[in-house]
Design a protein. Structure first.
Length: 732
């Protein structure tokens, strides 16, 4: 990085430069994904920092940027990018690098052989004309590319040629080329015709916002108040609201969001556009509320199913059992057994250490002794494995239990083939994570089964729309037992004690002495630690020292046993920066794979991948064991080494570094040691459920580090961000 004392890396009067972007990805991206800061290299190899609307360009790309050289007061010389266009590399080294990164099946040896065979200046023209000519290529040792790799490379070249055509289209409309590959995979080779017909279809592709689609649309001549644009903006605003957990938006909030997005402040055209969407059954308007059609249908269907269960008469699942003599069961826990035995829907909630898992074990044992078939399941793979480990019985994800079919994009178990054909009792753990969509699918398939939902309503709500467990509790539609007692072993844990204080609206214990002052001189596990740090940079260094040095001295493996949990993605102590720094410290010499990922990286899947030979669900953490450059495949280790899968480079797009996770993504998981930075920089996100969820993810040690005022802010905000859901209202 250039400092103020350095000479400028280029002529300060330069207005256009040819550069290659860093292979490791951007240094920083704005929350809306538009603005980014990149490290790049000039044609002479000198480094340069770029800043501008570069959020969607691809790592390693060669581009021509137009703009001006500037000297930033803190960061030194930079090039402020006003516009840019894609270029193909011209040098032999650049072409070989391009081939290796862009064409699966071509490794470094054959990339150089291709350049030698055709010449750097002819590679693209010759292979565009006939990619089968790859079969002519031989290495210096006379070896041809393998048959399987050749077929993949020829097919990949055809796709790459289409991608380059899409890149040129996107650049001509002011959009970075980094989106081109995703668009070709989504829409095929007809993508340009698709976008020319309706550029707002870009918003259908994950992580592409309205502003990118709008940029293309506006450059194609679509006016600000065009009905097509207003329609797309309203749908996007409702989709964004759903992404934030809302089932509907009150109309005043919708008008406000749409006006901000569309820069249209006249209510009449927006109301007309919403009325058209309602007539087209894309949107449902109930009074002063606007719903996307699918969440509305799911909520009304789920409400009807839950109401039917609530009104159903008692039905005995098995004969009244004898209360166990050798196993300690409290009156509250035994009450749950009786309810599950007789009621079609029961809720079990409780604080940490109150015995929810023990109660599940008792119910499963009694039911199985009575010959009742039981299904244990949870919303995520990690939660299902934890359920299996704690109860001693097999557990599945809800998706697997309901037979989700990726080819048909639906659950195979439903009203026509209910679970009750095979099962009599369903127990769902971590039910606070049940989104509206998943709960709807579960109860559509439940049939005559008795269902027990187990969860903690004080944790964060689900990532998807809705707050099903909280709405059920609020509606009082189903019998519920809330466990409050604290068991002997849990009573020693400062993690459990501090979590309960947070739940009560009080700050956690900041020292063992403070805990003893309140609890007396009982034996306490020193498994919760508070470290005071002020300022984001000081806090960042504290986190890095804890993860890489202090906790390893206490016997924790920083690669496999320590997880850093953060409220936000951006910022000095945000997910992106911490992951990048931890990757450098914990995996400094791993072989590059794609983007920032390397062999040895700890990564997390951010989408559900149902591909049979490599099924990996959203939120599953893995390690990159190996990288086959010739095949363009990474070997991943999952479930603490229980399973290995081969994942092609294109499918790695949905994985991110996971030395740190957001607290939301960590729901349903627990880790031996948790480090949780807590800064006023997170002010907009701070809430009691967020802090409570972070602390309760730790099994053996939780280290909370940061500013006490940020801690107090979180404790004081009891609810966190409001979610718009009408399930409780429909049930009442």
């Amino acid at each position: 990085m250039w400092t103020l004392e350095d000479e400028p890396p280029v002529d300060p009067e330069a207005r256009e430069l040819s550069v290659t972007l860093a292979a490791g990805g951007p240094r920083w991206v704005s929350p809306d994904g538009e603005f980014a800061i990149w490290s790049a290299s000039l044609e002479n190899g000198r480094p340069l920092t770029l800043r501008g609307a570069l959020g969607h360009v691809a790592a390693g790309e060669s581009i021509v940027v137009a703009g001006a050289v500037e000297r930033h007061a803190r960061y030194g010389w930079q090039f402020s990018v006003e516009s840019f266009r894609s270029t193909l590399p011209q040098t032999a080294e650049g072409v070989a690098l391009w081939l290796r990164r862009r064409v699966p099946g071509i490794g470094s040896t054959f990339a150089l052989a291709i350049v030698d065979h055709f010449g750097a200046e002819h590679v693209f023209a010759e292979l565009d004309r006939d990619p089968e000519r790859l079969r002519e290529v031989r290495t210096k040792a006379g070896r041809a590319i393998s048959g399987r790799a050749m077929e993949r490379a020829v097919e990949a070249w055809r796709e790459v040629a289409a991608i380059r055509e899409v890149e040129a289209f996107l650049f001509s409309h002011g959009v970075g080329a980094g989106l081109a590959a995703r668009l070709v995979r989504t829409y095929g080779t007809d993508v340009i015709a698709v976008l020319e017909d309706d550029p707002y279809r870009l918003t259908e592709v994950p992580r592409i916002g309205f502003r990118v689609a709008d940029r293309v649309a506006r450059s194609l001549g679509i006016e600000l108040d065009a009905p097509q644009r207003l329609r797309a903006g309203l749908l996007f605003a409702l989709g964004e609201a759903a992404g934030n957990g809302n089932v509907f938006l009150p109309l005043p909030e919708l008008w406000q969001a749409a006006a901000r997005l569309l820069e249209v402040h006249d209510a009449e055209p927006l109301e007309a556009a919403l009325a058209r969407l309602a007539r087209e059954d894309e949107v449902v308007v109930e009074g002063e509320r606007a719903y996307l059609a699918e969440p509305w249908e799911a909520e009304t269907r789920l409400a009807a199913a839950l109401a039917e269960r609530a009104a159903a008469p008692d039905a005995e699942l098995f004969d009244p059992p004898r209360r166990p003599e050798r196993i300690e069961v409290s009156d509250e826990q035994w009450q749950i057994v009786e309810l599950v035995r007789t009621r079609p829907l029961v809720l079990l909630t409780g604080l940490p250490g109150a015995g929810k898992t023990h109660t599940q074990r008792v119910i499963v044992e009694l039911a199985r002794r009575a010959g009742v078939r039981v299904l244990l399941c949870a919303p995520t793979g990690k939660a299902a494995r934890r359920m299996r480990d704690l109860t001693g019985h097999d557990a599945l994800t809800i998706h697997r239990a309901l037979g989700y079919s990726p080819t048909e994009n639906r659950f195979l178990r439903d009203e026509d083939d209910p679970l009750s054909n095979d099962i009599e009792l369903v127990i769902v753990d971590e039910a606070s994570m049940l989104s509206l969509e998943l709960a709807d699918a579960l109860f559509r398939a439940a049939g005559d089964c008795h269902v027990l939902l187990v969860g903690d309503t004080d944790q964060l709500p689900p990532i998807g729309p809705g707050r099903v467990l909280a709405d059920l509790v609020e509606s009082d539609a189903a019998p519920r037992v809330h466990l409050t007692a604290i068991y002997r072993q849990a009573a020693r844990s400062l993690i459990v004690r501090s979590a309960r204080r947070i739940n009560e609206g009080r700050p956690p214990f900041l020292s063992v002495a403070e805990a003893h002052a309140e609890l007396g001189e009982q034996e306490l596990d020193e498994d919760f630690v508070w470290i005071s740090r002020s300022g984001p940079e000081t806090l960042r260094e504290a986190v890095l020292e804890l993860v890489c040095e202090a906790l390893p001295r206490r016997g924790f493996d920083p690669r496999t046993e320590v997880m850093t949990l953060v409220p936000m993605r951006r910022g000095i102590v945000g997910l992106i920066e911490l992951n990048a720094e931890l990757e450098q410290r914990l995996n400094p010499s791993g072989t590059p794979v794609v983007r920032e990922l390397r062999v040895g990286s700890r990564i997390v899947q951010t989408r559900n991948d149902y591909t049979p030979e490599r099924e990996v669900m959203n939120g599953e953490v893995a390690f990159v064991l190996d990288w086959d450059e010739e095949e363009g495949e990474a070997l991943l280790s999952l479930n603490d080494g229980e399973r290995e899968v081969a994942v092609p480079a294109s499918a790695l797009e949905t994985y991110q570094l996971a030395w740190a996770l957001t607290i939301h993504r960590a729901q349903g998981s627990q880790f031996p040691a948790v480090v949780a930075p807590w800064s006023s920089q997170y002010h907009v996100m701070l809430s009691r459920p967020l802090l409570y969820t972070a602390v309760t993810r730790a099994q053996r040690l939780c280290v909370l580090a940061g500013e006490q005022r940020a801690l107090l802010t979180a404790v004081a905000r009891g609810e966190g961000r409001t979610r718009h859901s009408s399930l409780a209202e429909r049930l009442r």
